[in-house]
Design a protein around this ligand. Structure first.
Ligand SMILES: [Zn+2]
Length: 341
């Protein structure tokens, strides 16, 4: 094979390699092998010294022609590959601005809100008024006016978030009883749903922020029978079925006599679980006849009026209703949880 044929063969081989090169790295490898300082074509030119001058001139011209051709092909192939990559990127990032929007994501009310609204509807149908009260309360409304003296355990500093100015985050919705009576006077049938705060150790059944629903009826000759009637109506409406309840005597400064109404744990059907602390029962609401002292603090004459009151754990009720065994889920903001309602 003479020199010219050798050069032509190398040329064809490199052109074929270049056609197969599908990455910039592969193209660069071809360039180094063909045109690099130690490349195949340079090797050939090293032997030119042995050639007669006439042949050397022809071979040199031929070699330069091949080098130029390969250089042009290398550049063209590189540009080709880059534009393919750009096309692919454009295709993958393509956005149709004329496509219709997916529309608003269907949301839903928080499970506690759903239970709250249902109970509001029920009590409104029974002639009750729905009242609201401040979440930042004074010591007077949160404690004193509810007949909770300064030495009562409910005033324990550990239990309450105090503000620097002496006010506090209300620990229950009961202050609205006093505010409601002050503003509207007797006779009064009211409920007050809302957010309350406790400086609690957080665990599956305790949260620092949760919801209660206060209820009160003040009229003439209100008795425990009234109280039991409304509580039964409330619970059968909320659970849409018969639930087992028990009434125990309980001490709460703002009622006299006071009761603790327990509901048999719906999550474990009374067998025992973390929510009911393995007891099978869940304290659902304290209730009783309004303590005359509270009426007096509210500017109402206890000789003329009396009433019943109850405080419902709205969050706890939602847990029972939906079989949720961890109270922390409610305020976790976890959409996987919330989208189930
Ligand atoms: Zn249980």
């Amino acid at each position: 094979m003479d020199l010219d044929q050798t050069i032509s063969a190398l040329h064809s081989a490199f052109v074929a390699q270049l056609d197969r090169a599908s990455t910039l790295e592969a193209i660069e490898a071809v360039r180094v092998e063909a045109l690099g300082r130690k490349g195949k074509l340079s090797e050939i030119s090293k032997n030119f010294g042995k050639l007669p001058p006439e042949e050397r001139k022809t071979a040199g011209a031929r070699l330069n022609q091949v080098k130029q051709d390969l250089e042009a092909r290398l550049e063209a192939r590189k540009a080709d590959l880059q534009s393919t990559a750009l096309d692919a990127q454009l295709e993958s990032e393509w956005l149709d601005l004329t496509a219709p929007a997916p529309g608003p994501r269907p949301g839903s009310l928080h499970p506690v809100t759903q239970v709250q609204r249902e109970i509001e509807d029920l009590f409104v149908s029974l002639g009750f008024t729905v009242l609201d009260g401040p979440e930042v309360e004074t010591e007077f409304y949160n404690f004193d006016a509810l007949n909770i003296p300064a030495d009562h355990p409910a005033r324990d500093m550990q239990d309450t978030f105090w503000l620097k100015d002496g006010r506090l985050l209300r620990t229950h919705t009961s202050p609205v009883q006093v505010r409601g009576l002050e503003k509207l006077g007797p006779p009064l049938k009211m409920i007050a749903p809302g957010r309350v705060f406790r400086n609690e150790e957080v665990d599956p059944s305790h949260e620092h922020t949760f919801y209660q629903l206060e209820g009160m009826m003040v009229d003439r000759d209100v008795s425990v029978a009234h109280l039991i009637y409304f509580m039964k109506t409330l619970l059968s409406a909320v659970f849409h079925r018969d639930v087992t309840v028990r009434l125990r005597p309980g001490f709460f400064p703002f009622v006299e006599p006071g009761f603790e109404l327990d509901i048999q744990c719906i999550i474990c059907a009374g067998k025992g679980c973390p929510v009911c602390k393995q007891s099978g029962w869940v304290e659902l609401l304290p209730c009783g006849l309004v303590n005359p002292a509270v009426l007096r603090y509210s500017g109402v004459d206890p000789e003329q009026w009396n009433g019943f009151a109850f405080g419902l754990g709205l969050t706890r009720l939602a847990m029972m209703r939906y079989g949720i065994d961890d109270i922390r889920l409610f305020s976790s903001g976890d959409l996987r949880f919330l989208r189930q309602f």
